[in-house]
Design a protein around this ligand. Structure first.
Ligand code: SF4
Length: 336
């Protein structure tokens, strides 16, 4: 099978040992997470993933389109640079990031460079873009700010942040400018987290400053979430990467199924309205045969129905015609 050759294969294992580095892509989240990540506690959803590979394909698409339009690009795709933070004259070699690239030329002001950041996102998340990015995607906002501040301000003007809807292909663009107040706050949180870790303070010594949205995707959410105890569910965390990929696959599949069902329902409404509007009962619409068919469905209340039948007859019928099969099946419930 060639599919096996080209499919994403999860990494076999990954160390939970902290390497002393804060990634710019995760600083914009929760204060407490900055403390937890310095421990050996496993992060959910870390490492390589099929979703990340998908994201890379969309990034390639956007880069190719920008190139085709004549924009000047550097440090993109396989040539990404590693940046470290220098802010207000202080160097932070332990804060690193990998921006998606740098962009200049085209319709942009002459001789001005921008950090380019590309995010692809699913249809369910896309509507969040109607809110300011600080509210909708605080982690992405933090990432953009740190990338921007890793470049001298006489060289790079802002971040051009491009979002791509994975379902529709729609593109949106934001220009993110320097926000020193934000940087001061996040760096204060980093310093506090380093201090708490050095003092061996419990992770609860730092507050969760996050919105529900950030908590939902926080890699340490299993440490802080409550509610499982009430349901008597063992708070066991599976950290094996293949299992994490399977959980992610279930979520992605469920989201696609739900969105597919919604699309079918909406399309049915439109198609039916088209037939009724034309006052016809049958028609070919873009290769689909659509028909209004008379349907009758009779349903019975089984309790009432059985009340007309003697019990012995029901029991005998059950015994002769009924088949009982018992097995243990997996039930998955998304607790997020
Ligand atoms: S669940 Fe909340 S408090 Fe806990 S680490 Fe994540 S964002 Fe922070």
């Amino acid at each position: 099978m060639i599919i096996e050759d080209i499919s994403f294969v999860p990494e076999a294992s990954q160390s939970n040992e902290w390497n002393g580095i804060f990634r710019m892509s995760s600083i914009g989240g929760c204060d407490r997470a900055l403390h937890i990540q310095q421990s050996t506690v496993p992060a959910l959803g870390g490492g390589g993933s099929a979703a990340a590979q998908e994201g890379h394909l969309h990034e390639m698409d956007v880069v190719m389109r920008l190139k085709a339009k004549g924009y000047e690009l550097k440090y993109v795709l396989d040539d990404q640079e590693t940046v470290t933070l220098t802010y207000a004259g202080q160097e932070w070699p332990n804060i690193i990031g990998h921006p998606d690239g740098m962009i200049s030329g085209g319709s942009l002001p002459k001789d001005v460079w921008y950090v380019l950041e590309i995010k692809s996102m699913g249809a369910f998340v896309w509507p969040r873009l109607k809110d300011p990015i600080q509210v909708a995607f605080p982690v992405y906002y933090g990432q953009a700010q740190f990338y921007l501040h890793s470049k001298p301000d006489d060289y790079v003007a802002a971040v051009i942040w491009v979002a791509k809807n994975r379902s529709s292909g729609e593109l949106r663009e934001l220009v993110i400018r320097r926000d020193p107040q934000y940087m001061d706050e996040r760096l204060a949180a980093v310093s506090a987290a380093l201090e708490h870790h050095k003092n061996k303070d419990p992770y609860t010594s730092m507050e969760c400053s996050s919105s529900d949205y950030v908590r939902k995707y926080c890699p340490y959410r299993y440490m802080c979430e409550t509610g499982f105890e009430d349901e008597n569910i063992p708070k066991q965390v599976i950290t094996d990467l293949a299992m994490r990929e399977a959980a992610q696959g279930w979520r992605v599949g469920k989201a696609e199924k739900d969105s597919g069902e919604l699309k079918i329902k909406e399309s049915r409404k439109t198609l039916e309205a088209a037939l009724r509007g034309e006052e016809i009962t049958k028609g070919m619409l873009d290769g689909l045969l659509c028909q209004l068919v008379d349907t009758t469905k009779t349903s019975y209340d089984t309790d009432t129905l059985f009340s007309f039948i003697p019990h012995q007859v029901i029991d005998e019928a059950r015994e002769k015609a009924g088949k009982e099969k018992k097995w243990t099946a997996l039930r998955v419930t998304d607790k997020e």
